[in-house]
Design a protein around this ligand. Structure first.
Ligand SMILES: CSC[C@@H](O)[C@@H](O)C(=O)COP(=O)(O)O
Ligand SMILES: [Zn+2]
Length: 242
């Protein structure tokens, strides 16, 4: 096996090259990564190499040998399949690795994200819902040094940025959200989808699923006339009815 191939061939189902393929298949069936849209990038916790999908391929049909591998220091490709170009999301994924210390980034074209971006302005907000507790607050417990999750009584806030003609043109607004929302683990892109990151792929997956659930719920609440960020008990005032 060539040295390039050892980067992507492993019997371990949790190897980044295998995980990207497995999860993209799952995400396809969730309607999150269809028609070549969306994708996942994972940083190998052992080597720190970035694993990236090729651009414009059916993400659910990818095989480990289709993947790009990037050196985290030089940003040179250690492996670049000749048939493909790297994902158009690569500069955004790299920004999340470098500025947010991400261990993995998930990009979906979730319709819940798209509809929320049409309903809400520059920020998606939802409060007092149990599932919020799956999302990190961005704060760390000073004793255990473990991340603190949002509480049931908190408001989740996710910035919404405008879409552009090309993925790499989102970079300036993404950087701006890193400053304006230092605690966020996600950015919604209007009429496009969402980027969600975490310290490792398992966490990023949990955050993405929880946020998608909350966006779907917010759409249902909005349809009932209930602002998703309204206080506990306030919903009765907003409910349409006789
Ligand atoms: C359906 S095209 C979607 C792309 O422009 C982009 O938004 C995307 O999510 C995937 O880009 P890709 O370069 O295929 O990884
Ligand atoms: Zn996209």
């Amino acid at each position: 096996m060539s040295s390039e191939d050892t980067l992507i061939h492993s019997d371990d189902p949790r190897h980044p090259a295998n995980l990207i393929c497995t999860l993209c298949k799952q995400f396809f069936y969730n309607n999150w990564c269809t028609g070549t849209g969306g994708g996942i990038s994972i940083k190998d916790p052992e080597t720190s190499h970035y694993y990236l999908a090729p651009s414009g391929v059916q993400k659910e049909q990818m095989r480990p040998e289709d993947l790009f591998v990037m050196d985290a220091q030089t940003l040179d490709y250690l492996r670049a399949p000749k048939l493909y170009k790297p994902s158009a999301c690569t500069p955004l994924f790299v920004a999340c690795y470098q500025k947010k210390d991400a261990g993995a980034i998930i990009h979906t074209h979730s319709q819940n994200a798209v509809v929320c971006s049409l309903i809400f302005g520059d920020e998606f907000r939802i409060a007092n819902i149990e599932q919020i507790k799956a999302i990190p607050s961005g704060k760390v417990d000073p004793v255990t040094m473990k991340p603190i999750a949002l509480s049931f009584f908190d408001t989740l806030r996710i910035p919404i940025i405008e879409n552009m003609a090309h993925e790499d043109e989102l970079i300036d607004d993404l950087h701006k959200t890193f400053i304006d929302y230092p605690n966020t683990c996600a950015v919604i892109v209007r009429r496009h989808g969402i980027f969600v990151w975490g310290p490792a792929i398992d966490k990023a997956k949990i955050f993405n699923e929880a946020i998608d659930y909350l966006m779907e719920l917010a759409i249902k609440m909005h349809k009932l006339g209930i602002p998703p960020d309204c206080g506990i008990g306030e919903e009765k005032k907003h409910l349409a009815g006789p």
